[in-house]
Design a protein around this ligand. Structure first.
Ligand code: HEC
Length: 115
């Protein structure tokens, strides 16, 4: 029993240490790419409507690098996911994405859209 407890605390300690380390280092903008970082967020939260053809009255697909980049540049994608107004927020009719994911998309834009 005591050994199990020690083992558990060691694991907890290790994961905390590990967390704070990655918090300090963070994802630098160089690590963020469309394929690795952005596409999974869009796939999970957006393409149910922003598919080809778009569903549920969505105006455009968000399936490719060019489509997502274009939506950031010309369709206010970052304003839409950052909004606190439920009538304006994307994903439409859902809760706001975690701030960490919104930050990743903003950093991707700031890094000039690495593919
Ligand atoms: C349940 C369906 C649905 C989901 C999920 C959804 N959208 Fe939308 N989206 C819409 C509809 C409908 C519109 C058009 C009405 C409007 O602009 O509010 C729209 C409009 C937009 C626009 C504005 C387009 C323009 O030209 O004005 C952007 C940008 C956008 N969505 C991005 C996203 C992103 C990014 C996600 C995922 C985080 C997402 N949407 C998830 C339905 C959806």
């Amino acid at each position: 029993m005591r050994n199990i407890f020690l083992g558990l605390s060691a694991m907890l300690l290790w994961s905390c240490t590990n967390d704070s380390e990655s918090d300090l280092i963070g994802d630098t903008p160089e690590d963020i790419t469309y394929n690795e970082t952005i596409k999974p967020i869009i796939t999970e939260n957006c393409i149910e409507c922003h598919s080809q053809p778009p569903q549920n009255a969505a105006p455009m697909p968000l399936l490719t690098y060019d489509q997502v980049k274009d939506a950031v540049l010309h369709r206010g994608l970052i304003d839409r996911i950052s909004s606190f107004d439920p009538a304006f927020l994307m994903p439409y009719g859902r809760s706001r994405l975690p701030q960490s994911q919104i930050n990743l998309i903003t950093e991707w834009r700031n890094a000039n859209f690495p593919e």
